[in-house]
Design a protein around this ligand. Structure first.
Ligand code: 5GP
Length: 191
């Protein structure tokens, strides 16, 4: 997605060789016009799969997932919580996820009310790095007996191996901007 790649080049900052900071449009301030273009593009790539629910993880996936739902006939959006609030009194599905940015392990949780065997789920996240978050979300869907129809990442860092791991596990993965390397202050994209 050229618009997104251009935006990453113009407004993203690389932190060393592993991390990209895109706070000005994706992770802190949100560019809703760009989110709409992203949602439309995700629907172009995944719209034929009979998706009836979108699942993401707090917090940065929520905005993207919500706007994307506009292009999927307003399907419900569910986000996994990384901590158990005291309002979550009902039973939940849980999966351990190691945080890429913090290095800590937490349990991603979704109430059993919001994932069901009839669900055909699109998993969305802002970044795909080692694939930990996406793997955890797949596990939550499968614990509920639902189907993972696909995994959409806004930005994938291919060199960190997450997409390969997910594809090897049989999942359909497609990312809108695929970074192959971050070197000498330069971000290189696939294609
Ligand atoms: P993974 O679980 O695939 O290793 O990492 C994905 C998660 O880590 C995403 O939910 C995202 O929040 C965070 N993440 C991974 N890489 C980056 C990055 O380069 N920049 C930012 N801002 N977040 C990242």
């Amino acid at each position: 997605m050229d618009l997104l790649k251009r935006r990453i080049i113009e407004d993203g900052t690389e932190l060393g060789t592993e991390v990209v900071k895109v706070d000005s449009f994706l992770n802190h301030q949100l560019d809703i016009g760009l989110f709409m273009a992203i949602g439309k593009e995700i629907s172009r790539r995944f719209g034929h799969l009979g998706i009836n629910k979108i699942l993401t993880i707090e917090s940065s996936g929520i905005g993207i997932a919500a706007i994307t739902a506009l292009y999927f006939d307003l399907v419900p959006v569910v986000f996994a919580k990384k901590t158990q609030p005291n309002t979550m009194t009902e039973d939940f599905y849980g999966a351990e996820v190691k945080s890429f940015t913090k290095g800590t392990v937490s349990v991603a949780r979704v109430s059993k009310q919001y994932l069901n065997p009839e669900d055909r789920v699109l998993i969305i996240d802002d970044f795909l790095a080692h694939g930990e978050a996406a793997m955890g979300l797949c596990s939550l869907v499968e614990q509920a007996g639902g189907t993972v129809c696909g995994i959409a990442a806004v930005i994938e860092k291919e060199f960190q191996g997450g997409s390969k791991k997910l594809r090897d596990a049989g999942y359909y993965v497609d990312s809108l901007a695929v970074i192959t390397a971050i070197r000498d202050g330069q971000i290189t994209f696939k294609d």
